[in-house]
Design a protein around this ligand. Structure first.
Ligand code: CA
Length: 333
């Protein structure tokens, strides 16, 4: 071997060593102890979080989206809580009711109105499925036309009606400033339905996790139901590392169990700061296998919000408990 070759090999070995050391320090070490805190909070490891249900395959936040997620084997059914004019909690992501419904036809001039300007009876007249068929012709199904907006009460019933799988709920207080007292309504409904604690069994899996972009909403939920794990969401404008670190400290100080950042903020140094603060990291919204792979490499794989819980299950080597076509057919969609 020439002297030059030896030098190249030594330099390569040193570089590989430095990289491995950095990886262990940035990714592996900060995760120590996290499994314990996740287990203590009753949150599954590599949680498969069905974002608005299996919303790639069915209209978001409707019954078939949640039935699919439940029966394919998702750990958590994610949904957005808003409140009607007459005080009923419903699941809808959009601020404008007409975005995923036919409100423009049924209630001319009100399509951009928010949920709190509609009574439940009015919302129940809307078709929350046909928009999906028009937007995604290849995934369209006749059974999606005429789907109804779900109430939270109906979602709880759906979650507890699974036979093969018993998913937990992952509920977001959406724009809580629009709905004063929504946290109390939410906790009261879940308490009445017996959905604040943990599932029976040695894992003591939490039946529900709360999430919000608003710290004051999470603080209120902590007062009302301290036993329920909480995750603080955040989005853009945190490219600055110091801002991320400050945010993480604030979240950990607020007693939350995790952070839900948009996935492109999951740089290893950000993820490790959160992990060192004892916070789980649940990025949103992750739909492709290559994205799951990268996030796993970066250590940001405590759980992912995904429209494609089927992909997420496969990525973690968990066979689907049921095939989408069979589940939809069995349930009349
Ligand atoms: Ca949400």
């Amino acid at each position: 071997m020439t002297k030059k070759k030896v030098i190249v090999m030594v330099v390569a070995a040193l570089l590989a060593g430095a990289l491995a050391r950095a990886y262990v320090q940035q990714v592996t070490l900060p995760k120590r102890g996290l499994e314990k805190s996740a287990a203590a909070a009753g949150i599954p490891r590599h949680a498969v979080i069905a974002h608005r249900g299996a919303s790639y395959l069915a209209p978001e936040e409707t019954a078939p989206a949640y039935v699919l997620a439940r029966d394919m084997g998702a750990d958590l059914l994610e949904g957005d809580i808003q409140r009607t004019k007459d005080g009923v909690l419903v699941l809808l992501h959009s601020h404008a009711v007409g975005e995923t419904t036919n409100a423009a036809q049924l209630f001319p001039g009100r399509a951009n109105d928010p949920v709190d300007r509609f009574t439940l009876a009015e919302l129940k007249r809307l078709d929350a499925g046909s928009w999906f068929n028009a937007a995604h012709p290849r995934r369209a199904r006749a059974g999606y036309a005429g789907l109804k907006i779900l109430t939270l009460d109906e979602l709880v019933t759906l979650a507890e009606s699974g036979t093969a799988n018993r998913p937990a709920l992952y509920l977001e207080t959406k724009s809580p400033e629009r709905f004063p007292g929504v946290e109390r309504d939410l906790v009261e409904l879940l308490r009445r339905r017996g959905w604040l604690g943990t599932f029976p069994g040695p894992e003591r899996r939490a039946k529900v996790i709360f999430q919000s972009f608003r710290p004051e909403s999470l603080a209120r939920l902590r007062e009302l139901a301290p036993e329920v794990p909480r995750v603080r969401l955040f989005g853009s404008k945190l490219f600055d590392r110091a801002a991320w670190d400050a945010m993480t400290r604030e979240i950990a100080g607020g007693g939350a169990q995790g952070v839900g950042p948009t996935a492109y903020l999951c740089w290893p140094w950000n993820v490790s700061t959160a992990h060192r603060a004892g916070l789980l990291v649940h990025p949103y919204t992750v739909n492709a296998v290559w994205q799951f792979r990268i996030l796993a490499l970066l250590g940001a794989d405590d759980g992912c919000f995904t429209d494609r819980c089927d992909q997420s299950l496969r990525f973690y080597g968990r066979p689907l408990l049921g095939q989408p076509e069979a589940i939809l057919a069995r349930n009349g969609y």
